[in-house]
Write a protein that binds this ligand. Sequence first.
Ligand code: ATP
Length: 353
Amino acid sequence: MTFVVLDRVTKRFGNVVAVDNVSLEVKKGEFVVFLGPSGCGKTTTLRIIAGLERPTSGRVYIDGVDVTDLEPGERDVAMVFQDYAIYPHMTVFQNIAFPLEVNKKKLRLTPRDIRERVERVAKMLQIDHLLNRKASQLSGGQQQRVALARALVREPKVWLMDEPLSNLDALIRLQVRAELKRLQRDLGITTIYVTHDQVEALTLADRIAVMNAGRVVQYAPPGEIYDEPQHMFVATFVGNPPMNVLKCTPAGEVLKCPGFELRNPGVSQPVYFGIRPEYIEWSPKHVEGAVKGVVYVVEPIGSEYIINVTLGNTLIKVKTFREVALRPGDEIYLRFNLRKAKIFDEATGKLLL
Ligand code: ATP
């Protein structure tokens, strides 16, 4: 059942087209992440859903109602920003309880209900030991969690979140990320979440809308975004490290790529050959059908290694769990898992094969 609908939404700021004809549907209870680089229009799209911006054209629907001309307060959404604001003179408890207190008649909440909801969300965000503290006496990361708790304590139709975890330190961010997903699942609140962090997107989302230059390039579940990118932009934005892309040109039966040739899969125009770092097998010795490269540098990252390899005039990355005893300048032999390879049109970036 669709719950939030964007219908051909465009937003211009003077000459800048921040959001370019975006149509998108979010199902009830779904967790959708807008993912993209800085300036791609994620925040503006979210603010349009919240009612903080009016679209230049297009309509927004929430729960079957056209809300395009409604004020934020009339939409029953809760928004969490990266820049939090809390009431410094109030305690943590009072801060979190505030949205419930002001609506307690409408929501029919007893003081006990309020306490239970505040405690639950405070526990989830690991600030339950701070409930009696003045908000002004907290660290920045704790204040951020109070602001998040204050948004999450409400159970509106939609939660809208703009990089809510970005000011938390790495360890707490991981914990809160998991707790947030659990709470969203438990309560089933439709959630739209903006981030430029692909790990957050992949871990949290039911579906990811990858955005670039004001447009949605692909809208699909995380696994599909990762394994079946429909555009080179998605392939090279998602993945750590992202997909290798090598420019190749057809020459009859073969595709000429940097430092090697492949059988032409049937293209007549220049293309990008795309292969993820984990779909490349490597060997220090020559093996049948392998492509020869030269080790540029090896980067150990805990349980894995990233081998940077020069192929012709191009640097690619190979990801491996095997111990690597290679040095810069050593020869290395690579085999691509061609079943996992992608071919993108050089001119448009669109997936061909
Ligand atoms: P970031 O991750 O950096 O926050 P974003 O993807 O959220 O980026 P937006 O903030 O939506 O991007 O901005 C999209 C484009 O619209 C940018 O080019 C930005 O400069 C422009 N823009 C956003 N708000 C305004 C405004 N109020 N006036 C003029 N231009 C704006």
